[in-house]
Write a protein that binds this ligand. Structure first.
Ligand SMILES: Cc1cc2nc3c(=O)[nH]c(=O)nc-3n(C[C@H](O)[C@H](O)[C@H](O)COP(=O)(O)O)c2cc1C
Length: 340
């Protein structure tokens, strides 16, 4: 068996696999299908100070290649979370990360202060990035100064590790990653959903009541992977990759990109047993590759470089494959000129 345990900041994890916020209840609702002790940990739904009814329906719709949601952080508020959820989470037998959300900087700070004394919680994930509140304006996710301020205030209110969950909906994610690190974050979650929308052209109706919402699932994996890599290369704190992960090979791609752990979200909707299978699949995949410790892969991306003039370049072997691969090779031969 390969070694799957990893460290994430001060957290010692059984393996690098977590459920993603909002896609798995608070975690224990699914324990008949996914025993929590199989996982590196569980991330709760976003908890807010006051109960939130969420956005009007429809707030979930499928698209050709992924999932759109505009749930709007529906939850019963922090007091109900403390009273009804946390006592059971204390017996989960895995790392519990509580995701907190707010509309003002002070909301985040107060949530961290209220929950700081709860032994069931091992760390906080600060949801800076929900696209489904404040009309998708993402004030904390797009402004590095605001993001850093939120993290500073949360840090001041708790002794637990603090992860900043970032949004892919920015032009330079590295600025955000650097800002939250400077604000004192112990780690980064990269990323939340990608802003998207759907339209039924016959009825002219949008797929979501809020018109735009958060796009997730397999289709966003390349975007999420690029975001996670951009974060990992910009900061020293560890990164949790999230977005479009459905299988063990996806997990390993995020680790090679520099992530120390990952979260799995939308895949649990199409197959609720996904998370239960992943640790075993990860072990089998590592064994088949002759890798005895998953940590060997973290940050092991080999960046291609041009040969120096003194290096002799061997001619590339002719490609005899047929099918879509030919188009890819032709585009590569054009030096990427086929795309922008
Ligand atoms: C239905 C749904 C609800 C979500 N709710 C939350 C939430 O409450 N808080 C949060 O930080 N992210 C939330 N997310 C975002 C996910 O945690 C995750 O970042 C995103 O879906 C990308 O991962 P995936 O492609 O594996 O789903 C939600 C996603 C979905 C699909």
């Amino acid at each position: 068996m390969a070694r799957l345990s990893v460290e994430f900041s001060t957290l010692a994890l059984r393996n690098p696999i977590f459920s993603a916020s909002g896609t798995f209840g608070h975690g224990l609702e699914m324990q008949h299908i996914v025993p929590p002790t199989l996982l590196g940990g569980l991330v709760s739904k976003t908890v807010t100070l006051k109960p939130r009814p969420g956005n009007p329906l429809p707030r979930i719709c499928e698209t050709e290649a992924g999932f759109l949601n505009s749930i709007g952080l529906e939850n019963r508020g922090v007091e109900a979370y403390r009273r009804d959820v946390l006592p059971a989470m204390a017996r989960a037998g895995t790392c519990v990360i509580t995701n907190i959300g707010g509309e003002k900087v002070e909301d985040f700070e107060e949530l961290a202060r209220i929950l700081d004394g709860e032994d069931a919680i091992h760390a906080f994930e600060v949801n800076l990035s929900c696209p489904n509140v404040q009309e998708g304006k993402l004030p904390f996710a797009t402004d590095p100064k605001m993001a850093a301020r939120v993290i500073e205030r949360v840090r001041a209110a708790t002794r637990k590790p603090v992860l900043a969950k970032l949004s892919p909906n920015v032009s330079r994610l590295s600025d955000l990653a650097i800002a939250v690190e400077a604000g004192g974050a112990h780690g980064i979650t990269a990323v939340n959903t990608v802003l998207g929308m759907k339209i039924d052209w016959r009825t002219r109706a949008p797929g979501l009541f809020t018109v735009q919402g958060g796009y997730s699932g397999m289709a966003i994996k390349p975007i999420a992977l690029r975001c996670a890599w951009e974060c990992a290369r910009s900061v020293k704190i560890p990164v949790m990759g999230c977005g479009g992960i459905t299988c063990a090979a996806d997990v390993l791609e995020f680790l090679v990109a520099g992530c120390s752990a990952v979260q799995v979200g939308t895949a649990s909707f199409s197959d609720p047993a996904t998370l239960a299978r992943l640790p075993g699949e990860l072990d089998a995949l590592l064994e088949s590759a002759g890798i005895s410790d998953v940590r060997e892969l973290i940050g092991s991306l080999r960046i291609p470089r041009l040969p120096s003039p003194s290096e002799k370049v061997a001619p590339a072997p002719a490609n005899t494959a047929r099918g879509p691969r030919e188009g890819v090779d032709a585009a590569n031969a054009l030096g990427g000129a086929a795309s922008s």
